[in-house]
Design a binder for this molecule. Structure first.
Ligand code: MG
Ligand code: MG
Length: 250
C-alpha cells in the first residue's frame, strides 16, 4: 500500500534524508587509492550513529554492512570488505540508508578514484542526468511510468543499458514501500503520484547491456557482460509543486 506522509512525517524524512546524504559525503572525502571498502563502511556507520540514527541497511535481509559499496562492473549491493581496496581509475558506488524518528532515507552516488577513463566519466554523467530527467516527472498527476520512460528514453537513446531487474521504490517508515519505481516504462502508465508520497528514484545504468547477475555471495549484482555500471539515487518527496530531494545535501 502506498503511504502518504503528512507534514510532520515529511519533517522526519527530511532529517533522515539529510543524514543519509551527509554520510555519503563523509565517505566521498575518503575515496582514494588504497582505501578499503570496509573503511568507507565504518566511516558511514560512525557518522550515522553520531547523528543519533541507525544505518538502514545493516542487518537488512542479513546484509552485513552499513552501506552497499560496489566497484566498476558491480552494479549494486556490494559487501564492504577489509580485503577490497580502491584502485586508481575505479568507479565506486556508495549506497546508504539512515533511519531516525521512524523514517528512512535512501541515496546512492558514483565516484571516480583518482583519474578515471572518459568512458567512465560519461557513464557517471549520463546516469546522473537520467535521474534529473526522471525526477522532473515526480509531480502530482504524473504516473510512475512517466519517470521510467524519461530515464530509459534518455539513457538508452545514448546506447546505454538500463537495468530492469532492480528498481526504485517507495521509502518511508519502511526502507522499501510501494510503489515500485522502475527505471523504464511507458509514459502515462503505472501508479499515480500524489503529494505526500516519498520515493527513491535510482537509475542503474550499464555501459554495455542491461543484463545483470548475482554473485555467489548472494548479494553483489554485476553486469552480465562485465561492463561498467553507475548508480545515482535520491529520496524524493512529491509535493503540490516541485519535488523535494530529501537526500540532496550539496
Ligand atoms: Mg539505495
Ligand atoms: Mg533504494
Amino acid at each position: 500500500m502506498v503511504q502518504i506522509k503528512n507534514s510532520e512525517q515529511l519533517a522526519c524524512m527530511r532529517k533522515a534524508g539529510r543524514i543519509t546524504g551527509e554520510a555519503i559525503l563523509v565517505a566521498r572525502e575518503h575515496i582514494k587509492e588504497g582505501v578499503s571498502t570496509k573503511l568507507l563502511d565504518t566511516l558511514i556507520r560512525n557518522y550515522i550513529e553520531k547523528c543519533g540514527a541507525k544505518p538502514s541497511f545493516l542487518g537488512y535481509g542479513g546484509f552485513p554492512g552499513s552501506a552497499c559499496i560496489s566497484i566498476n562492473n558491480e552494479v549494486i549491493h556490494g559487501i564492504p570488505s577489509a580485503k577490497r581496496f580502491l584502485k586508481e581509475g575505479d568507479i565506486v558506488k556508495i549506497d546508504v540508508g539512515a533511519y531516525i524518528g521512524g523514517f528512512h532515507g535512501d541515496s546512492a552516488n558514483t565516484f571516480g578514484v583518482g583519474k578515471i577513463s572518459e568512458e567512465a566519466e560519461k557513464l557517471i554523467a549520463v546516469t546522473r542526468e537520467s535521474f534529473f530527467r526522471g525526477v522532473k516527472m515526480a509531480a502530482r498527476g504524473k504516473r510512475v511510468g512517466d519517470i521510467g520512460s524519461e530515464i530509459c528514453g534518455y539513457a538508452e537513446g545514448l546506447g546505454y543499458g538500463v537495468v530492469r531487474k532492480f528498481v526504485g521504490h517507495g521509502v518511508g517508515h519502511e526502507l522499501h514501500e510501494d510503489p515500485e519505481i522502475p527505471n523504464f516504462g511507458t509514459a502515462g502508465r503505472g501508479a499515480r503520484l500524489y503529494p505526500g508520497m516519498t520515493i527513491a528514484i535510482e537509475p542503474m545504468i550499464n555501459a554495455g547491456t542491461r543484463d545483470v547477475k548475482v554473485l555467489e555471495d548472494g548479494w553483489t549484482v554485476i553486469t552480465a557482460d562485465g561492463s561498467l555500471s553507475a548508480h545515482y539515487e535520491h529520496t524524493v518527496a512529491i509535493t503540490d509543486g516541485e519535488p523535494i530531494l530529501l537526500t540532496y545535501v550539496e
